[in-house]
Ligand binder design. Structure first.
Ligand code: AMP
Ligand code: GLY
Length: 457
């Protein structure tokens, strides 16, 4: 326990925090947690070559709950912040219930909002939350599923019900092909994840990611909005990836749009969780679409929900964390203690852009172990960037990196994210482009157009 002198006398810096995960998202969360005067010690399990700048990496996997519990006891950890969905869907919050350790993440039952698309659609329907019309089918109802497809217009949206590592959604133009793919899915194309398939109507518009922090007592805060760039190629072409870049804020998510999001989506989501006794203390990720035409009784310009995730997005977090001015530990204590209403959330008014540097071949097969250079350039910082330094400094958030024989090497498809600030998207992007050029590794690839499509708004 450390005693620190604050403006109001002494306070205790006693929170030891364990962050679960190993991606760019966790590196950005670690960066933010480590800035808190309340964070006494930070551990990241298992972390990556970048997270060790902010805390101690611990070689425990995110689903090894018994080992996590032993470690927490041994070190006196008071809070676990869960990065990825997997341990949440596996019940990490329930596992620690009653242990005295605060877990930031929903219960296993609530994590089904991401773990099962069918559960998620039923939740939205019960709570009157705007989303595409849908029906769910198993192999036994193939003929019914085909009849449902006949009632829809192209393109056809087929979704594996369960977790499929972000690959379980097919959008198909041709009806006959949709029926063929449906058969494949129900036959095990995505293993057990597609033994149930959700078929839904297509929503046309532009997407954004809205994050909500909630404390399980009906209080919530809406975090800075981000836009994800999922396709591998510039101009949003080519295969889907985990995300090639992000920017925040999002110009079309203006006050009028966000008011609709709050009234029609956030409030009914929070009250639905309470009503249905789905314990949720953590981050809710709303994958939203701003419709560009009327559908059902909704109008062009309205928000609808594509999906819920029960965690922060990656690489959304790499722009959302840098845009939160307030102390994240303070906010997370509010989440854990059910008094988030007493905490303040202040946003940084600057624009943030992150660009993801990926391994050549990603999202297909790629090689790992490439030695990286340029990471210690003076352009990069591990700290905060003041407005005067917008055009001089960028933050590096490691994603797939590891240390090998004293070198930092690539260890994944998405390797490292370069986040920069600017007074607008162009300034922030230009700075991230400087950083992206300085970093070297064999096969490096990145998009140069993150945020550029938003210039029309
Ligand atoms: P998901 O795995 O649910 O995030 O879906 C992946 C992507 O598929 C989304 O980000 C959307 O771009 C697209 N998508 C999913 N459902 C729909 C829908 N009903 N209408 C249009 N696009 C969709
Ligand atoms: N970037 C999208 C996600 O985290 O699911």
């Amino acid at each position: 326990m450390t005693y620190l002198r604050g403006t109001n006398g002494y306070f205790i810096k006693d929170m030891k925090i364990l962050l679960l995960g190993s991606g760019g998202r966790e590196c950005a969360i670690a960066w933010k947690l480590a800035q808190s005067p309340k964070c006494d010690e930070l551990f990241i399990a298992p972390g990556n070559a970048g997270t060790s700048a902010y805390g101690k990496n611990v070689p425990i996997k995110v689903n090894e709950f018994d080992r996590i519990a032993d470690f927490c006891k041994q070190e006196g950890v008071g809070m676990i912040v869960v990065g990825p969905e997997d341990p949440l869907v596996n019940g990490v919050a329930d596992y620690f219930e009653g242990s005295g350790i605060k877990v930031i993440g929903p219960s296993k039952a609530a994590a089904q909002l991401e773990g099962s698309k069918d559960f998620c659609k039923q939740f939205m329907t019960r709570n009157g939350i705007p989303t595409a019309r849908y029906q769910s089918f198993t192999a036994a109802d193939y003929d019914d599923a085909c009849r449902f497809l006949d009632t829809l217009k192209a393109p056809y949206v087929l979704k594996a019900d369960g977790l499929a590592a972000g690959k379980g959604v097919l959008i198909i133009e041709d009806l006959a092909e949709a029926k063929r793919e449906l058969k494949e899915m129900l036959g095990g194309m995505f293993g057990a994840a597609s033994s149930t398939v959700v078929i839904e109507e297509f929503m046309s518009g532009i997407e954004c990611s809205v994050f909500v922090l909630t404390d399980g007592e009906g209080h919530y805060k809406i975090l800075p909005v981000a836009k994800d760039y999922k396709r591998i190629g510039e101009g949003d072409t080519g295969l889907n990836t985990g995300g090639m870049g992000n920017c925040s804020p999002v110009p079309f998510a203006d006050a009028e749009f966000m008011q609709k999001v709050e009234e029609r989506i956030v409030k009914p989501t929070i009250s639905g969780l309470l009503k249905e006794n789905l314990k949720y203390k953590g981050f809710i990720f709303l994958g939203l679409i701003r419709m560009d035409r009327d559908i059902q009784h909704y109008h062009a310009g309205d928000p609808m929900v594509i999906e819920y995730n029960v965690r922060m997005g990656d690489p959304e977090t790499e722009v959302v964390m840098p845009r939160i001015k307030s102390d994240l530990v303070e906010l997370l204590e509010g989440v854990a203690d059910g008094n988030l209403d007493t905490k303040t959330l202040e946003e940084d008014p600057r624009t943030a852009v992150t660009v993801v540097l990926v391994s050549g071949g990603y999202p297909g097969s790629y090689e790992k172990g490439k030695v990286m250079a340029g990471l210690d350039d003076e352009l990069f910082t591990q700290g905060v960037v003041s407005p005067e330094d917008n055009a001089r400094k960028s933050i590096l958030f490691h994603a797939g990196t590891a240390v090998k024989d004293g070198d930092i090497v690539t260890a994944g498809g998405r390797v490292i994210c370069v986040t920069s600030y600017g007074n607008d998207r162009n300034e922030a992007l230009a700075q991230s482009m400087r950083g992206a050029e300085i970093i070297k590794f064999d096969g490096k690839y990145y998009r140069r157009d993150i945020g550029q499509d938003l210039n029309k708004f």
